[in-house]
Design a binder for this molecule. Structure first.
Ligand code: AHR
Length: 624
């Protein structure tokens, strides 16, 4: 093989090419990235959350009362907040009974670490009644113990700290009221003090760090399907997800479970800031998933037109929440949440894989026009329709082009062969039309987990995306996170349980791209001794320069079963003295656990590069 790189023909490419797409799917939020350890902390789980029949999925899910000396029921008569109607009412005859929470498949604790407990409680009967708190093991072993202050007559929040004496994966929380009579409890919460960046109501440190390690340039949230919901009443409303936890409005997750929205818009913005990623909230285009209509006649599958002004205003308010100063109505709420400085929102997505119908177009156009008029500084990202094989997204593209939408979101999940044979996908894109956000993509082997073959086909395809980085502005693999035993969608980028994080091999490809991004593309010609289509398509190169570090990065993918020895012609580039870091990901195509190896190399090492069979090689050349 011969590669000829020509620096005189370099072009500017997007500096936000690799990002992440977070959706609460596969328990990615509650029980996942959101560090809350108590499941159903607010007794708001409902039978209607769950797909299929599961009678145990109700307000008492994950809770049991241990001991004969008390009873408990769920009440709604006088809640802390009307958004949070259900609470536990205990009737205690004799001290000793324990209200117990099993967590999300157990509560994982680490020896020596501290855990913040909090609860809203009230009791008219209590006479200096404290709550004894314990973290216990399966056989009643006590791993942590403390008490709250005495509970009084009106709803009040009580805090306490528990310090774990041992490391175990499946503790449960016991609350043992030291009183008799009736006691109301709600929003029972337990967080590790060690969250990502130490935030209260924060994120699980190991998972958040795994995401931050990708060096994502942006993060799209809260979905996907979760953003537009499966009916008008299920459209994700950002305003329900900010402010005091007891006042947030929990909701059904269309993936068949429950969203506390404890991980809400403030937390998403905060994580973006912590990870150095531009926030990219996606709001439904006034239509739910596939324009599904819930709500009766006249609604025709979209938000009724008489409600659209308010709907549009909510989106304008979001921009004020993120960027307005503290004297504005919504900017003040952000400041009250602890972030007086703006979040510097630059992008807003409108719509997700919607059916491109008149119902969609009418609503999308209303939102787009209002955003353009009131917030021309924000890049609105539209959608070109559902991800289905064979779609050319034509109608979506036509509407976006007609309206002058600056960027559109495309999605595709395809077998590795599709990625191998469609590396020219964006070469033909009309540069005068909207730019592209490839918001969801992944190589799928039907019925099989992802492996080195899928990862390398993604790596190969991403070389073509870098080459087209003048028209493709952003990409994000999907889905991102999947919890063991709670996975509705496979494959995913990162698997986890309560104690482990297991990035897939595809994650390593994303990380290599994220950590080796550039903003200038240097074209390259490849000539191969074997010119057969199926050989040619399996070897690819991309070379970029990062204007900040001045580093030059060469990415080489070999999806052939044999070693390839390319000769690379660095025509107009003088790189002889550069220090070179070489990273290689290689293995058997079926390998699910291949990890990259890093070494240093000399420049002549690149000239005599050997690309192992089934490998992805990244050279990072220091030029200063
Ligand atoms: O990524 C999983 C789902 O795939 C998303 O929610 C949706 O947008 C797409 O259909």
């Amino acid at each position: 093989a011969k590669f000829t790189l020509d620096a005189t023909k370099s072009k500017k490419i997007s500096n936000t090419l690799l990002g992440i797409f977070f959706e609460d799917l596969n328990y990615a939020a509650d029980g996942g990235l959101y560090a809350e350890l108590i499941q159903n902390r607010d007794f708001e789980y409902a039978l209607t959350d769950k797909k299929g029949s599961d009678a145990s999925w109700n307000s008492t899910k994950a809770w049991t009362l241990k001991g004969e000396t008390a009873t408990y029921a769920i009440d709604t008569i006088n809640p802390i907040h009307s958004n949070n109607k259900h609470y536990a009412k205990l009737s205690i005859q004799k001290v000793g009974a324990a209200l117990t929470n099993e967590g999300f498949d157990g509560i994982a604790i680490k020896a020596g670490e501290k855990y913040d407990f909090s609860v809203f409680a009230r009791s008219n009967d209590a006479k200096s009644a404290k709550l004894l708190l314990r973290l216990v093991g399966k056989n009643g072993e006590i791993y942590a113990e403390t008490t709250t202050q005495s509970v009084t007559a009106n709803w009040k929040k009580y805090d306490a700290t528990l310090t774990a004496k041992a490391t175990i994966a499946d503790a449960s929380l016991e609350i043992i009221p030291q009183m008799t009579g009736t006691l109301d409890l709600d929003l029972i919460s337990l967080f590790p003090q060690k969250t990502f960046k130490g935030h209260k109501n924060g994120l699980r440190a190991d998972l958040a760090q795994t995401l931050a390690d990708l060096k994502p340039k942006f993060m799209r949230f809260p979905g996907g399907c979760v953003a537009h919901g499966d009916g008008i009443g299920n459209i994700y409303n950002w305003k329900n997800t900010i402010g005091a936890l007891e006042a947030r409005k929990p909701m059904r997750n269309l993936w068949g479970y429950h969203q506390t929205v404890g991980l809400g818009y403030f937390e998403y913005f905060q994580f973006c800031e912590d990870a150095g990623a531009e926030p990219l909230p996606v709001i439904a285009a006034g239509v739910p998933c596939q324009n599904s209509s819930v709500g009766g006649a006249g609604q025709q599958g979209g938000v009724p037109m008489c409600d659209m002004d308010n709907y549009v205003q909510d989106i304008l308010d979001l921009v004020e929440y993120a960027n307005g100063d503290v004297t504005t109505k919504w900017g003040k709420k952000r400041a009250e949440a602890g972030h007086p400085k703006p979040f510097n929102l630059k992008y807003v997505g409108i719509g997700n894989e919607d059916l491109i119908t008149d119902i969609f177009e009418e609503r999308f156009a209303m939102i787009f026009k209002a955003m353009k008029e009131k917030h021309p500084e924000i890049t609105v990202i539209g959608t070109v329709g559902p991800a289905s094989e064979g779609t050319d997204y034509q109608e979506g593209w036509d509407i976006a082009t007609k309206l002058g939408v600056p960027m559109v979101d495309e999605h595709y999940y395809q077998p590795p062969g599709w990625f191998i044979y469609n590396q020219d996908y964006y070469d033909q894109y009309d540069r005068s039309k909207p730019k592209v956000y490839l918001g969801e993509y992944a190589a799928h082997l039907p019925g099989k987990p992802n492996n080195l073959e899928t990862a390398l086909s993604e790596a190969l395809y991403l070389t073509s995306v870098e080459r087209n980085g003048d028209v493709v502005s952003m990409t994000s693999y999907a889905p991102l996170l999947a919890k063991d035993k709670h996975t509705q969608w496979n494959p995913d980028l990162i698997y986890f349980n309560n104690t482990e994080v297991r990035p897939s091999v595809g994650y390593e490809v994303q990380k290599l791209y994220g950590q080796n991004a550039g903003d200038e593309y240097i074209p390259c010609e490849i000539s191969l001794s074997n010119t057969k289509e199926n050989v040619k398509n399996r070897v690819a190169i991309s070379m970029v320069r990062d204007s900040k570090s001045k580093d030059i990065i060469i990415k080489l993918v070999n999806l052939l079963p044999v070693t390839v020895n390319p000769s690379i012609d660095f025509k107009n580039l003088n790189l002889e003295n550069g220090e070179v870091i070489k990273t290689v990901l290689k293995g058997d195509p079926s390998d699910k656990n291949a990890r990259p190896e890093v070494s240093t190399s000399s420049f002549s090492g690149i000239k005599n590069a050997e690309l192992p069979a089934y490998s992805f090689t990244v050279y990072r050349i220091k030029t200063v």
